[in-house]
Design a protein around this ligand. Structure first.
Ligand code: SF4
Length: 275
């Protein structure tokens, strides 16, 4: 068994390897970690590279894959690629859930009943409050898309990203996700992280290396400690959580991450529940 596989099996290293599929997005949310917007530089990692990372992650002993961006579903080839990746390891893909037109839904057919789950953002139970930070029509598009995806046999999780939320508002949000077919165990609530555009809007909690799990994250710029690492501010990629510029072979950043995890003081654990 490789050192990576052993560390993952012992729970010393998280099992998921993340990749940033792109950095552009059809939205421009107030708290976006990557300052994504329609005109952001795309910085697409590429279909072949994603498949290569999936292969290498499986060989090294990682157990799961994660895909984020930007908005990954702006890449037309993504559904087929996710289906191929899921033949190696289970995949979680983060999406804003607003692009699922009938045409895109039809292209998701290869993902039905596969090991591919989608994590879709929904922050508030009221359309106006939700759309204030995420943009017009976001709420409507998401609540329309979720049951359609569920009907298509695709596993969906809901992610709520907020500074704070009143109990009564949370109760209504939970009633809504249950109505959409998403059980409580597939609803996560997480804080806004003070990186990217959140800094300019004076939002969120500061997250340092110790605060977030050591989930190997690969981008076109290198490998990072966490998907909260390769964020963008003032158009520049943050490097405070950069591990290596080299990402080939994947064992190079994976072993560097393992060394860094080993250097953590005994008994230390992440202090923010960010997923
Ligand atoms: S937070 Fe997500 S949906 Fe919003 S602009 Fe950033 S990448 Fe797009």
């Amino acid at each position: 068994m490789s050192a990576i596989a052993e560390a993952v099996a012992d729970g010393k290293l998280p099992g998921r390897v993340w990749m940033y599929a792109d950095y552009h997005c059809n939205l421009a949310c107030t708290y976006c970690l990557t300052e994504s917007a329609p005109k952001s530089p795309h910085r697409v990692i590429g279909r072949e590279r994603m498949l290569e990372i999936a292969d290498e992650a499986a060989e090294l002993g990682f157990t799961d894959l994660g895909v984020t961006g930007g908005e990954p579903f702006l890449l037309r080839w993504l559904p087929e690629t996710l289906a191929s990746m899921s033949e190696r390891l289970p995949v979680l893909v983060l999406t804003n859930g607003t692009l699922f037109t009938r045409r895109l839904l039809a292209s998701l057919a290869p993902l039905a009943h596969r090991d591919v789950a989608m994590q879709i953002s929904l922050d508030r139970p009221d359309p106006d409050d939700n759309d204030e930070m995420r943009g017009k029509e976001n709420f409507r598009k998401v609540v329309e898309a979720v049951p359609r995806l569920v009907d298509q046999g695709i596993e969906v999780r809901i992610a709520t990203t907020v500074e704070s939320i009143e109990d009564s508002e949370l109760d209504r949000l939970c009633a809504l996700h249950r109505e959409l077919g998403i059980p409580d165990e597939d609803h996560i609530i997480r804080p806004i992280v003070r990186r990217g555009r959140a800094i300019d809007h004076d939002l969120g909690v500061v997250a340092q290396q110790i605060d977030v799990p050591a989930e190997l994250t690969v981008t076109v710029d290198g490998a990072f400690w966490s998907p909260f690492g390769p964020t963008v501010h003032d158009g520049v990629v943050d490097t405070d959580l950069l591990i290596t510029r080299t990402t080939r072979p994947l064992s190079t950043p994976a072993n560097a991450l393992l060394r860094l995890v080993g250097e953590r003081p005994e008994g230390s654990d992440v202090s923010l529940n960010i997923r």
